[in-house]
Design a protein around this ligand. Structure first.
Ligand SMILES: [Fe+2]
Length: 384
């Protein structure tokens, strides 16, 4: 980009550090809110650190209802069901405690409450007229960064696709980023969410919507994630490494929320929508194939990413494209995500349909290379 192009940068207030999760009650008090909807899921609500959050809400004199029927890829029906609970309990704000799925569902509930229409009617960019009620997020994974982003991804159960909703109206009011809550993630979820964050950073860095501000965020994110994801996976209780992964995810979230994403996410949404596959796993399988496809369009930008992966080049060729693709693949494989979509039950016959849906996803708009359906079909074939 240069000075003749205008860019904007939107971010919520965020607090980070140990036990920051316990400050939600105080903030809702400041917002003059008395009645809350807590959105979470059964796994999160069984964690040892969860009850302390609710106790702090009680201490602050707040009343709350809990909605926890949220799937790993949140469904349109779940958003509408949560909205009913919000309305029937006269709630005034939302506390989301969970990963990207929980936070996206909470955003969806907020959208429907303020705009009185079915959640699927808000697909696309800037389709929301009225801001959501106040939303505070406590993210429990270091990956999705839905707690700082303008994005919500909801699964359309009729059409079996994911709907991307992108608007500054759904940037949460506050994120409480507490490394204590990520300690309970298992190794595979840690790897998948970490590679999701890495994909956010790389796609934001090469996005046609990037800016100097998002570039700095993206580079910091890549630096932190490549260093600290292996450390977390080596010792899941390493709280310092967990904290740095959360910072990497935060930096990546600020970058992609403002620069948007690219073909990896467009295809991951299509695959996840149809087959209900884990989002980070889809990104991980697609990432190096998509870098190979995009490379010539933005070679200079990929050149800046290469040094972060230099420790993962196994057979250096001196060819930047080959070395970058191989080292990114080696990095994701070393985090434990190795297989292709064929092993996940994806049918080759459906690749044209999946590519077509990906081509209609808003994330494809900022991919650095203009793609046609056949291009995406080829990347999907390579990822089988
Ligand atoms: Fe993502």
């Amino acid at each position: 980009m240069n000075y003749s192009e205008i860019r904007k940068f939107v971010a919520p207030e965020f607090l980070f550090g140990k036990d920051s999760r316990l400050l939600a009650g105080r903030y809702f008090q400041n917002y003059q809110i008395r009645q809350l909807l807590v959105v979470t899921d059964p796994v999160v609500s069984s964690m040892p650190w969860y009850n302390a959050i609710l106790m702090e809400l009680n201490e602050a004199g707040l009343e709350y209802s809990v909605f926890m029927d949220v799937s790993p890829n949140p469904l349109d029906a779940e958003v509408m069901q949560g909205t009913e609970i919000y309305r029937s309990n006269n709630c005034q704000g939302i506390l989301a405690i969970g990963g990207g799925s929980v936070i996206d569902c909470a955003k969806g509930i907020g959208i429907v409450c303020s705009n009185s229409s079915h959640i699927l009617n808000f697909e696309g960019v800037d389709q929301i007229d009225t801001p959501t009620p106040p939303i505070i997020c406590i993210p429990t994974t270091a990956g999705a960064s839905a707690d700082v982003s303008q994005f919500a991804i909801i699964r359309d159960t009729q059409k079996l696709k994911k709907v991307a909703i992108i608007s500054k109206m759904i940037v949460p009011d506050l994120a409480l980023i507490d490394p204590i809550v990520t300690q309970t993630m298992d190794p595979y979820l840690t790897a998948c969410t970490g590679i999701d964050a890495l994909t956010h950073a790389i796609e934001a860095f090469v996005s046609t919507g990037h800016s100097i501000i998002t570039d700095n965020r993206a580079m910091n994110a890549i630096d932190l994630i490549v260093e600290y994801l292996p450390k977390v996976l080596k010792d899941l209780t390493d709280i310092d490494a967990r904290f740095h992964m959360m910072m990497g995810s935060l930096e990546a979230g600020l970058a992609f929320s403002n620069a948007s994403l690219g073909a990896v996410h467009a295809m991951a949404h299509s695959l996840g929508g149809y087959y209900n596959l884990a989002h980070g796993e889809c990104n991980s399988i697609l990432l190096h194939h998509t870098i190979n496809y995009n490379f010539n369009a933005v070679e200079e930008r990929y050149k800046k990413i290469m040094p972060y992966f230099s420790d993962y080049i196994t057979n250096p060729t001196g060819n930047l494209r080959t070395d970058l693709v191989n080292s990114v693949h080696n990095f994701t494989a070393k985090q434990g995500i190795k297989s292709g979509f064929g092993d996940k039950g994806v049918s080759s016959d459906l690749l044209p349909h999946l590519a077509k849906n990906a081509l209609n996803d808003p994330c494809i708009v900022t991919n650095p290379r203009d793609a046609v359906q056949r291009d995406l079909e080829v990347i999907l074939e390579e990822s089988m």
